[in-house]
Write a protein that binds this ligand. Structure first.
Ligand code: ADP
Length: 203
């Protein structure tokens, strides 16, 4: 176990890497089937439904979700709102519009990070123990899957390390590209985390 686990590019954290990595699960499938405390919806700012995962969530949740969303009055990119799960097996839905990817130099990284952080912050404030994320922004919003995966996983790990909050996090991937990207990336972090320290263990 590493006492100093640095995740470059986001923020350095001091925690046991394997303890945090044990909270992450990668699944292939349809997020609307997940029986967790909250599933996250890659929404659009109107919160009134759309295509992709948003459409699937609204179809599975039924019209009560749209009614509840109407009362929220929208949500900016990177922010998050929580509703009930209605007919879904999950108790709640956390709605967050991720960034629309333009050129990678227009604040997309920060906005994507905010979507994950604000979703987790809501989960923490509601005392949730499990959450399922889709690959936010990698559909119609066109964020490159590998970069989006790195932001997602690093942000989740850093959030837990910084706050001390612990939650089981399911990354539920609908397509082959995202599923293999997440599996490989989290697998590589686990390998690093389980490798013997280069200095022979003196830390
Ligand atoms: P965005 O506008 O944030 O890009 P999309 O819904 O277009 O949102 O796509 C986000 C991701 O959600 C994509 O990787 C897409 O494959 C995935 N997706 C679509 N339907 C589902 C579903 N039912 N469960 C999980 N992920 C889904």
């Amino acid at each position: 176990m590493f006492d100093n686990y640095f995740i470059t590019g986001v923020r350095a954290v001091a925690s046991s890497s394997s303890e945090l990595l044990d909270r992450l699960f990668v699944r292939r499938g349809d997020i609307t089937r997940e029986r967790v405390d909250a599933i996250v919806n890659a929404a659009n700012p109107s919160l009134l439904g759309g295509g992709g995962v948003d459409g699937a969530i609204h179809r599975a949740a039924g019209p009560g979700l749209l009614e509840e969303c109407r009362r929220l009055g929208g949500c900016r990119h990177g922010e998050a709102r929580i509703t009930g799960g209605h007919k879904l097996p999950s108790r709640h839905v956390i709605h967050t519009p991720g960034p629309v990817y333009k050129d990678g130099a227009s604040g997309e990284h920060e906005t994507l990070r905010s979507s994950y952080r604000n979703s987790l912050d809501l989960a923490m404030r509601h005392g949730l123990r499990s959450i399922a994320f889709p690959a936010i922004s990698t559909g119609v919003y066109a964020y490159p899957p590998e970069e989006a995966c790195e932001v997602a996983v690093k942000t989740v790990l850093n959030f837990m390390a910084e706050t001390g909050y612990r939650i089981d996090v399911y990354f539920v991937l609908f397509d082959d590209t995202n599923f293999s990207t997440y599996s490989a990336y989290i697998g590589s972090l686990r390998e690093k985390g389980n490798a013997p320290p280069a200095d022979g263990g003196k830390r």
